[in-house]
Structure formats: C-alpha cells, structure tokens
Design a protein around this ligand. Structure first.
Ligand code: FE
Length: 255
C-alpha cells in the first residue's frame, strides 16, 4: 500500500505485482484510478489543487494550473520541490492532457512567478502562505485539511481549477498484491473490503481524502471545500510520462 500512482506504476513496471482478477475491485474502482494490467488499484483519491489567500486573491481569477504561468501572478506563486513524486505526477498527467511544449511553457511561467524558493513540504508551503509569503500555491488538499482541523480560522481557501477543461488533478492512495505474497487470497479480500462503501467512508474520513466511490459521504471539512470535476485522465500516465516530466521540469528551471 502506498501513495501516488507514480509509485504504484513503478512497482508494476518492475513486475512486482501479481495480476488480480477481481470483479469487485473492477466494479468499485473507476478505470482511470487503476493500473491497465489490473495489478494496482486506487483506494482513495487525493486532489492536488490550488490553495489561495482570499485577502490577496479573488478565487475566480485563478481559473487553471495553466493560468498560473501568466505574468499577473509574478512574485505570488508558491511551489513545493519538483523532486516530490506528487509534482512529477501532476506534470506527467499535464503532458498527457496538453502535450510537452505547452506543459513546458506552463512550468517556465510558474518558475518566473515564484514568490519564494521551492518548499520541501506542502505543510511548510501552506504555513508560509498563511503568514503572507505568497498569495497562492499548489498542494494536496488533505494537508490543508489537517491544518484546518487544528485551527478552524486557518486563513486559506481551496480553489478547484480547470473546471471548464481537463478537471482538477487527482492522484490516489492505493495498493497491489506482491507476486511473492504468501497470502494472496486474504490480501485480495482485504482490498475488496477496502473498496466497499462502509470501508471507503472510514478510509476517506481518516486520511481526509476523497472516496474512489463517488456515492460515499465525505469528511465534513472536506465537504466544505465544495464539489469539483476531477481529471479523468488515466493515472497510468503519471508513471508512463514520469521520466519526461522530470526532464521537462529540469529544463524549465523548476528546482
Ligand atoms: Fe502526502
């Protein structure tokens, strides 16, 4: 079990996973949130979206990840390091959605607009933004959720970008069963159990992510961020385009 389709794809690519013939998992987990060989499955969904300081920015000015490369955001953007798989997966999926040239132009624009050097973690980025280090940035929402759970007055807001185009970037926490497992039958039962509504609710509430099963209720704090259209681009591409994404970010000067 791990986070990020990029990691699961890598394990699959290295033939670590057994192929899993489970009608239950195939029914409960949407196709774009699992591996093409049915050897890894997303169990909850995380959104990597734009968070902003409402004292500095009007939400409806933000529009899209691509729009953050415009000169109007110069000296306002905060980003986490490109070394983190979350950003590698975001860019890998963007390459799939927009092509390499357009994605490189976007990342170059982001780098030009940075308010601060890149952060080592989403939490540090959010804490810095709350103190005025920048106006908006790209993070996974559960990090904001944890800060809001500790402090209901935490002064930042969630924006859902790309609602009129590709949708907001989502990734997964998920799992596969190792070929070397001595308990494949039990492991499959466990994953099937995690994909059922009752477990989906517990799982998503505890990690403040989104259930992969759309009908399952959200954590109240997560629900308060409003509904959004997620990207339906297959997360296979988070892995397939990972190398291209890393090279592209290096060319664009994204540290
Ligand atoms: Fe994380």
């Amino acid at each position: 079990m791990t986070v990020d389709a990029g990691n699961l794809w890598f394990a699959s690519e290295n033939n670590l996973f057994a192929s899993l013939n489970s009608p239950t998992l195939q029914k409960n987990i949407p196709e774009h949130l699992r591996g093409a060989k049915n050897d890894w499955f997303g169990l909850s969904m995380r959104a990597r979206t734009i968070v902003y300081n409402p004292k500095k920015v009007k939400g409806d000015e933000i529009l899209s990840y691509e729009n953050l490369s415009q000169a109007k955001w110069q000296g306002k953007l905060l980003l986490r390091t490109s070394k983190k798989v979350y950003n590698q997966s975001l860019i890998a999926v963007k390459i799939q959605e927009n092509g390499e040239a357009q994605t490189e132009a976007m990342v170059k624009g982001w780098v030009k607009n940075l308010a601060q050097p890149v952060y080592s973690s989403d939490t540090k980025l959010l804490e810095a933004m709350a103190k005025g280090a920048g106006d908006l940035g790209i993070v996974n929402t559960y990090y904001l959720g944890r800060l809001q759970a500790k402090n209901p007055d935490f002064p930042l807001k969630v924006y859902w970008p790309n609602q009129n185009s590709s949708g907001t970037h989502v990734n997964i926490s998920g799992a596969g069963i190792l070929k070397t497992s001595k308990n494949k039958v039990e492991a499959q039962k466990f994953l099937e159990w995690l994909s059922q509504p009752a477990a989906q609710k517990l799982f998503a509430e505890l990690n403040m992510e989104f259930p992969v099963m759309a009908s399952v209720a959200l954590h109240p704090l997560v629900k308060a961020w409003g509904s959004f259209k997620p990207s339906k681009t297959s997360l296979e591409f988070a892995g397939k385009n990972q190398k291209k994404a890393i090279m592209l970010m290096q060319r664009a000067g994204y540290k």
